[in-house]
Design a protein around this ligand. Structure first.
Ligand code: TXA
Ligand code: MG
Length: 373
């Protein structure tokens, strides 16, 4: 299959191209499109055969449900069995935007779209191309991130093309995305609202709107506490205190958060601690590896970039600029894949607002290998 890549200006969307994309969706085909978080791989959410094509193109396990993208609040009413009062409040505050809500589904949503679950994930994306595509197609659009399963989510159309060329009929190129990590997911089907995936919209922001406590999936918290680097005595967690996600016995509630994800080809290890100690430790590790003939990459910040001696040193942005860190993360992981490095060392980025979301992705990419110095 020939993949057509169409450049669109988000501020002046070419109608002919958009209509062509909308027709593909209506006919049950796949179109990749930009959202404000990452690129999505879209199909008609209420059409089981269309949803199945998404799983095939991504190589995604069929029990991992998709997010249904909508362009107006009434679309939510058309697929939810019941809409809890929290959903209205959160939609008023954050939609269109990087928040996905889990609600009980009704029979309009085929089981293929929800991986067989009785609940459905719904989001109104804040991107003019995404919103126009949904509205013009007249469909609700199921869309996971437009990467091959297990790869970093695409933040530019070129990433989508690398993974999906020849597999889908069309990619809409709206330029690089604004946020760069996937939406926050909040589950509204239990007594207490619960974050299943951290993102740009934080627990504090959600609690401020709901005026009540929002929990974080214990399965996510368990994986954050992970410290499992096998070779390093420098890890400060007491022996026996193995806090990896498997060891805790707690599974994340969102099926997709259980899979190994976002893994670069090279072994990635995070080094956490005071800036000076981190730089010294990474330089020591790089040198050891280089002595065995390996090619090494380092993920640094603008402040520390010049302090490393490695084959490749990439800055993720200024340490204070957490928006830049989130926006650049996946692109950098993909770049290191292209450079064919053998190992990557990264500073850690527990920034005040989005730190939890950034570290959640980075820890997964690293297979939870962290060295504390
Ligand atoms: O920002 C985003 O959310 C992007 C853009 C394209 O909108 N989409 C995205 O989709 O990240 P995906 O498929 O890569 O991630 C969806 C996550 C998966 O972890 C999946 O398991 C979870 O949402 N999920 C979907 N439906 C669910 C449900 N009913 N209950 C629990 N988790 C669900
Ligand atoms: Mg994904």
């Amino acid at each position: 299959m020939q993949t057509k890549i169409i450049k669109l200006d988000p501020n002046n969307i070419d109608n002919t191209a958009l209509c062509e994309a909308a027709a593909i969706i209506r006919e049950g085909g796949l179109v990749a499109f930009p959202t404000e978080t990452v690129y999505g791989l879209g199909a008609d959410a209420l059409h089981s055969e269309a949803s199945k094509k998404i799983y095939a193109a991504k190589g995604r396990p069929s029990d991992n449900p998709l997010i249904v993208h909508i362009s107006s609040y009434k679309d939510l009413l058309s697929i939810a069995k019941e809409v809890p009062p929290e959903a209205k409040k959160l939609a008023d505050a954050f939609w269109p935007g990087p928040l996905t809500m889990i609600v009980w589904k009704n029979d309009n949503v085929p089981p293929e779209t929800t991986g067989g679950m009785d609940t459905v994930a719904v989001r109104m994306p804040n991107h003019p191309i995404a919103l126009r595509l949904i509205a013009e197609s007249g469909c609700l659009i199921a869309a996971p991130s437009a990467n091959t399963s297990g790869k970093p989510s695409p933040t530019e159309a070129s990433h989508v093309a690398l993974d999906m060329n020849g597999r889908i009929p069309m990619i809409l190129d709206g330029g690089p995305v604004g946020i760069g990590i996937e939406s926050t997911i909040i589950d509204l089907t239990e007594a207490k609202p619960m974050i299943l995936r951290p993102g740009y919209i934080t627990k504090d922001m959600l609690e401020a709107v709901l005026e009540k406590e929002v929990e974080i999936d214990p399965g996510i918290l368990a994986s954050e506490a992970a410290c499992t680097h096998p070779l390093e005595a420098a890890c400060t967690h007491p022996p026996g205190d193995i806090t990896g996600p498997e060891a805790s016995g707690l599974k994340p509630k969102a099926p997709g958060m259980r899979y190994k994800h976002y893994a670069p080809k090279a072994d990635l290890v995070l080094v956490d601690g005071e800036a000076g100690d981190v730089v010294a430790k990474i330089n020591e590790l790089v040198q050891k590896k280089q002595e065995t003939g390996q090619k090494i990459g380092v993920i640094a910040t603008d402040e520390t970039k010049s302090l490393y001696q490695s084959d490749y040193v990439v800055s993720i942005g200024a340490r204070q600029d957490e928006d830049a860190i989130a926006r650049h993360l996946y692109k950098i992981l993909r770049e290191f894949d292209d450079l064919n490095v053998d190992a990557i060392y990264s500073e850690s980025f527990s920034t005040p607002r989005m730190g939890q979301a950034i570290m959640n992705r980075l820890l997964k990419a690293a297979g939870h290998q962290v060295i504390h110095v």
